[in-house]
Design a protein around this ligand. Structure first.
Ligand SMILES: C[S@@+](CC[C@H](N)C(=O)[O-])C[C@H]1O[C@@H](n2cnc3c(N)ncnc32)[C@H](O)[C@@H]1O
Length: 207
C-alpha cells in the first residue's frame, strides 16, 4: 500500500521540508482530513467559547498556521467572525483564501515567529500547528510572549507530540510561568489514523 501524506508528514523534521510537503499536500489535505474525521478544530473552538468571558465573546483571532482553513471553518461555525490567518505554506493558503473566512491571510517565515506579530490579537489559535511534523516547540513561548495581557492561546498537541520530550518540556515551562494560567486541558479524538487518534486541546491565558 502506498504511504499517505498522513503517514509521511510526521517524519519530516526540517521546516523547509515541511513547507514543501504541505505545499504538495494542499490540494488533497481537506479530503484526507475529512476522510479521517478531523475533530480537533471543533474541540478547540468549543474550548475557547467556554474560556472566553462574555464581554470578549468575539475576540480578534489569529489562526496561526491555519493551513487550508479547516481550523478557521470550525471557529466560524462556532460563531467567531474576526479572524486573520497565516502559514508558511502558500499552497495551503490558496485553499484558505477560497473559503473566504478570514479578513486577512499572509505567509509567515519558517521557524519561530517574531512575537510582535501577535500583539494585535486577543486570541491565537494553533490547531495541529505546534507539533511533530509542523512548527517547533519554541513557537509556544514566542506566541505567549507576543500576546497582550489578557490574551489567550488555544493550542492542540496530538498523540505523537504528547510523547515528544522537547514539546512536553516546553509546554511544562510555559505552564509554570507566573503570567500563564492553563484554563482548559482535555484529551479527546483527533483523527481516525491510529498513530494520531488522540489530541490534547489546551487554552492558556496570559495575565
Ligand atoms: C497539520 S497542519 C494544520 C493546519 C490547520 N491549522 C488545520 O487545523 O487544518 C500544520 C500547518 O502548520 C504549518 N506550519 C508549519 N510550521 C509552521 C511555522 N513555523 N509557522 C507557521 N505555520 C507553520 C504548515 O504549513 C501546515 O499548514
Amino acid at each position: 500500500m502506498s504511504e499517505t501524506y498522513l503517514d509521511k508528514i510526521y517524519t519530516v523534521t526540517d521546516q523547509d521540508g515541511q513547507r514543501d510537503a504541505y505545499d504538495d499536500w494542499a490540494d488533497s489535505y481537506d479530503d484526507d482530513l475529512d476522510a479521517n474525521s478531523y475533530k480537533t478544530p471543533g474541540r478547540i473552538a468549543e474550548a475557547l467559547k467556554q474560556c472566553l468571558p462574555s464581554d470578549q465573546a468575539n475576540p480578534r483571532i489569529l489562526d496561526w498556521a491555519c493551513g487550508t482553513g479547516l481550523s478557521g471553518a470550525a471557529l466560524s461555525e462556532a460563531g467567531f467572525t474576526r479572524m486573520d490567518g497565516c502559514d508558511i505554506s502558500e499552497g495551503m493558503l490558496v485553499h484558505a483564501r477560497e473559503k473566504k473566512l478570514y479578513n486577512k491571510l499572509f505567509t509567515t517565515p519558517l521557524g519561530v515567529p517574531d512575537p510582535s506579530m501577535f500583539s494585535d490579537y486577543d486570541v491565537v489559535t494553533a490547531v495541529g500547528a505546534v507539533s511533530v511534523g509542523a512548527a517547533p516547540p519554541e513557537c509556544l513561548p514566542a506566541i505567549l510572549d507576543g500576546l497582550p495581557s489578557g490574551g489567550r492561546l488555544a493550542v492542540s498537541f496530538n498523540a505523537l507530540t504528547l510523547k515528544d520530550k522537547a514539546y512536553m518540556d516546553t509546554l511544562d515551562q510555559v505552564v509554570a510561568r507566573p503570567d500563564i494560567t492553563l484554563e482548559f486541558s482535555e484529551e479527546g479524538p483527533h483523527l481516525e489514523a491510529e498513530h494520531v487518534s488522540k489530541s490534547r486541546v489546551m487554552v492558556l491565558a496570559k495575565a
